[in-house]
Design a binder for this molecule. Structure first.
Ligand code: ADP
Length: 476
């Protein structure tokens, strides 16, 4: 080894503080200097007789007494095996540089990357086995759900057949129970399938043109009987400024609404259920719709609200015992709504009711000129609601007539209900309707209607109640 001058001693000290191994060698590969890391990592006591080709045989060799390097000394990172003095080896990354100092030769800087490489290999193996596992899981879920569907539909078909022939009420009741269990089982199978697809990110939404009018009508028909059977009122309101023809995934939108309405019906025993659709934004051909499903049911405590949209989550075990369900519906709804560019949330008060609301972005076909106003389904049972949404149609009612007074009172009642439910957007719509219905009235009445609207806009419950009273007094 070369004699060390003071400068070199200093350089050596610095070299010894490095985390990387550092070896200096001449153009014959003979090692002139190595730092402590190099000695330790390569397990050498002395390198006086060692050639760099002994340590990195994959990079350097001596052929016919001539030292050869496979790579130029340009500082590029090279991966190669490093051999210890005991002939064991490890994976390393090295750089070879020319020593620009007076002594000339080369400098090799390197590090042991065997730990990192091993980790990468283990990670890759874990990823592969994870991917295989998730593939197996997907296939398993798809097969099991498919296999389950066949016998369930078999039972369903046969039981329907039996029911059409059965006269005995007791037997019919039992059969109805079987039929309902089959329907529940089918719903559960569909939920599991959707859930696993959504989880795996394999869910694709359909983009098709559909009629909002028909979709809402279908959803309404789906739930109206069950809701009425429970003695509840059912109101459906669609803002007249929403185009009827839209482009999006009608079935999945329907699925979310069905889930929310089934829950509303399930958890409400007195009062009413309302479905309202309004538009909240429009950007080019895109339109944002905002759906609200409001009920006057058992409500949800603040502490439980966060749990609702998580997998298999029910507020507590007693809920599933009493009302059934798997706790998957809201989770799936949230995922679907997110896929449609929106979000879902809930406002609720225990004992008072809940307002589940969500937004989605849909497209409006270019040709769409017709609005929702006139072709909305006219069902005698919801004529009052239709009037509610189609405010302009009632504007002909002259202020002061019995009809006009009745219309105002109807809207005030609905407004009061919205205030109780904290659905201020909707309350504002009714306040607006009241204001419109008082056009042509004496100044004190129009001012009272305006005050009411302002109180509602400010979401001030006390002022709203006061304004309603004041208006009512003027109308008597
Ligand atoms: P499930 O299939 O159990 O109904 P969901 O995800 O649809 O699953 O609902 C999860 C839980 O959220 C319900 O079990 C219930 O505790 C609560 N919940 C949902 N909707 C309502 C509602 N309208 N009123 C009160 N609680 C509700």
């Amino acid at each position: 080894m070369e004699q060390l001058s003071e400068n070199r001693l200093y350089a050596r000290k610095i070299a010894d503080t490095l985390f990387e191994l550092l070896i200096k060698f001449n153009s014959s590969g003979e090692i002139g200097f190595a730092n402590e890391v190099a000695y330790n990592v390569l397990m050498y006591n002395s390198m006086e007789e060692t050639n760099i080709a002994d340590i990195f045989p994959g990079m350097f060799m001596i052929e016919d007494g001539k030292f050869i390097s496979r790579e130029p000394a340009d500082g590029r990172m090279i991966s190669t095996n490093a051999y210890r003095s005991n002939n064991t080896c490890f994976e390393s990354e090295i750089r070879i540089l020319k020593d620009e100092g007076p002594a000339g030769g080369y400098i090799l800087v390197g590090r042991d990357v065997s730990g990192r490489e091993r980790m990468m290999r283990e990670l890759k193996a874990a990823q592969n086995s994870g991917e295989t596992l998730s593939k197996v899981k997907d296939e398993f879920v798809a097969t099991v759900t498919h296999e389950l569907r066949t016998p369930v539909n078999g039972i369903l078909g046969n039981i329907k057949d039996l029911m059409s022939k059965e006269q005995d009420p007791d037997a019919l009741y039992t059969m109805e129970m079987i039929e309902k269990s089959c329907a529940d089982m089918n719903a559960l199978i569909n939920n599991i399938l959707d859930f696993s697809k959504l989880e795996a990110g394999k869910f694709e939404l359909e983009e098709r043109e559909f009629s909002l009018h028909n979709m809402i009508d279908y959803v309404k028909r789906n739930h109206v009987n069950k809701i009425r059977e429970k003695g509840l009122d059912f109101f459906v309101t669609v803002s007249p400024d929403i185009p009827d023809r839209l482009v999006g995934d009608e079935l999945r939108l329907e699925q979310v609404l069905n889930n929310l309405l089934s829950n509303a019906a399930k958890f409400t025993t007195v009062g009413k259920i309302m479905l309202e659709v309004v538009t909240t934004a429009r950007a080019g051909e895109k339109i944002e719709l905002f759906f609200m499903v409001v009920d006057t049911g058992i409500g949800i405590a603040d502490k439980d609200k966060d749990k609702l949209f998580k997998d298999f989550s029910q507020v507590d075990a007693s809920i599933s015992r009493k009302y059934g369900g798997t706790g998957l519906g809201l989770n799936i709804s949230k995922k679907l709504v997110n896929l449609m560019g929106g979000d879902i949330s809930v406002d609720s008060m225990p004992g008072k009711g809940s307002n589940f609301n969500f937004s989605v972005w849909l497209s409006v076909p270019r040709s769409e000129g017709d609005m929702f106003v006139d072709d909305f389904h006219v069902d005698p049972e919801t004529i009052a609601d239709r009037q509610m949404q189609n405010i302009t149609a009632d504007m002909s009612t002259t202020f002061g007539s019995a009809e006009n007074r009745e219309e105002i009172e109807k809207r005030i009642m609905k407004l009061t209900l919205c205030v109780e439910m904290d659905t201020w957007d909707k309350a504002e719509m009714f306040a607006d309707a009241v204001k419109q219905l008082t056009i042509g009235a004496p100044k004190e009445v129009t001012t009272a209607a305006l005050r009411l609207k302002m109180a509602v806009q400010k979401e001030n419950r006390e002022k709203t109640v006061e304004s309603i009273e004041a208006l009512r007094l003027l109308l008597v």
